[in-house]
Design a protein around this ligand. Structure first.
Ligand code: 6PG
Length: 474
């Protein structure tokens, strides 16, 4: 008997995923382009399960049971195509390739189609949870044909994180659906982290608290509705002292945020779909602005801010409430985007399933996801989470604090792009009639772009140069 599954690409994520598979009793073949990593894995962890190390892709493929199940854990982009190209001649019809990296969903769609033409299955699979998750239970989002998922379902659901006995892995939909929702997960992760960073900024440069004090605040917040991996991790990072200087580590880390692309892709796709995901997009912009250190340093010396001021009473609690309300908006937007993408590409993605499998294993895991799961149970077709009773009440309860925090931020000159954009979205969303009538009027004036009326059916144009006479433009 051969191995039930193989993993090629043994950097930390691949290595940990292979160990996770082996620890659950599934015989696993392992392969890496440079042999030293394979050797190292076997030397260090070979006794954790039934590993079959392979030095060549030929041996690797030959050691697998059929249909062959191969997880590719290499860098997104060209390296995935390179591995696929090498593997394809060695495979037979019905074999299954599983790309577990952060691939762009359009690449996944292309690969799935090309491989299907050769009788091979492709599962573009989002895997979230970082190194620790890969080893001890990630959240897994496979996308591809039913025929490809069925033979790997048992392994994937077994190695995934489990919450209340439910695995954090489920078949998301066909072709690029799995990688799309992983991309959106990361976009939401960007928004979550930006909101946390803004809260930290308000408490430090606004309220003058130290990093250890803010660490304690986050620890307390983690006892309530905000309870999540990222809030808990924030408390850990803020509470950490730099060994070399004795200062809080966060104070010696350079303030330039890097990014690998998934947040940007989320924003790009949202723009194409016409879905306003302002919190995620502001988070991407904030990282870009942070990276302009040289320009910011120049500007800091010449651009004046407000005269100064203080934070109001109860500010810390208000920031917590503002963070929660903004987070609701960020998730409402992200889930709306995934629904729009699902409609656009005909994926039939179930948002309730996403909320369920994101409750554990992944980076955005949170108590909050239970609330989202419940909202979709109450109303599977819910168009926007803000319209759910629980979230409506949560935001209504937080809105005074939310407005106070944004006002204070403006007065103090502390930038809160994600807090502010979320609040603006909320106010825009709850308006039955907004100012777009004027935009339509302007468009009609300078470009005869026409408009519709509130009181009559049809399409109209005003002859602006002829005393504003109106004609039907049908
Ligand atoms: C996860 C993470 C993981 C990775 C991000 C980081 O779900 O496990 O999201 O995929 O940490 O890709 O992305 P940036 O480097 O762009 O912040």
């Amino acid at each position: 008997m051969g191995s039930q599954i193989g993993v090629t690409g043994l950097a930390v994520m691949g290595q940990n995923l292979a160990r996770n598979i082996a620890r659950h009793g599934f015989p696993v073949a392992v392969h890496n382009r440079s042999e030293s990593r394979t050797k190292q894995l076997i030397e260090r962890y070979g006794d954790e399960g039934d590993f079959t190390p392979a030095t060549s892709l030929e041996d690797f493929v030959a050691s697998l049971d059929r249909p062959r199940r191969i997880v590719i854990m290499v860098k997104a982009g060209g390296p995935v195509d390179a591995v696929i190209d090498e593997l394809v001649p060695l495979l037979d019809r019905g074999d299954i390739l599983i790309d577990g990296g952060n691939s762009h969903f359009e690449d996944t769609r292309r690969r799935e189609k090309a491989l299907a033409e050769r009788g091979l299955h492709f599962l573009g699979t989002g895997v979230s949870g970082g190194e620790e998750g890969a080893l001890n239970g990630p959240s897994i989002m496979p996308g591809g044909p039913d025929d490809a998922y069925a033979p790997v379902a048992e392994i994937l659901t077994t190695i995934a994180a489990q919450v209340d006995g439910t695995p954090c892995a489920a078949h998301i939909g066909p072709d690029g659906a799995g990688h799309y929702v992983k991309m959106a997960h990361n976009g939401i992760e960007y928004a979550d982290m930006q909101l946390i960073a803004e809260a930290y900024d308000l408490l430090t440069s606004g309220a003058g608290m130290s990093a250890p004090e803010i660490a304690q605040t986050f620890e307390q917040w983690n006892e309530g509705d905000l309870e999540s991996f990222l809030i808990e991790t924030t408390a850990t990072v803020l509470g950490h002292t730099d060994a070399a200087t004795g200062r809080p580590l966060v104070d010696v880390i350079l303030d330039e945020a890097e990014q690998k692309g998934t947040g940007r892709w989320t924003a790009q796709s949202a723009l194409e779909l016409g879905v306003p995901v302002t919190a995620i997009t502001e988070a991407v912009y904030a990282r870009a602005l942070s990276a302009r250190k040289e320009q910011r340093t120049r500007a800091a010396g010449v651009l004046p801010g407000p005269a100064g001021g203080s934070t109001p009473d109860g500010f810390v609690d208000a920031v917590r409430d503002a963070l929660y309300a903004s987070k609701v908006v960020a998730y409402a937007q992200g889930f709306e985007q995934m629904r729009a993408a699902s409609d656009e590409y005909d994926w039939n993605v179930d948002p309730g399933t996403l909320a369920t499998i994101w409750r554990g294993g992944c980076i955005i895991r949170a108590r909050f996801l239970d609330r989202i799961k419940e909202a979709y149970e109450r109303s599977p077709e819910l168009p926007n989470l803000l319209l759910d009773d629980y979230f409506r009440d949560a935001v209504a309860g937080a809105q005074d604090a939310w407005r106070k925090v944004v006002r204070t931020a403006v007065d103090l000159g502390v930038p809160t792009p994600a807090f502010s954009a979320s609040l603006a979205y909320y106010d825009g969303f709850r308006r039955e009639r907004g100012p777009a009538s004027l935009i339509q009027g302007l468009r009609d004036y300078f470009g005869a772009h026409t408009y519709r009326r509130v009181d009559r059916e049809g399409v109209f144009h005003t002859l602006w140069s002829e005393d504003g006479r109106e004609v039907s433009a049908d």
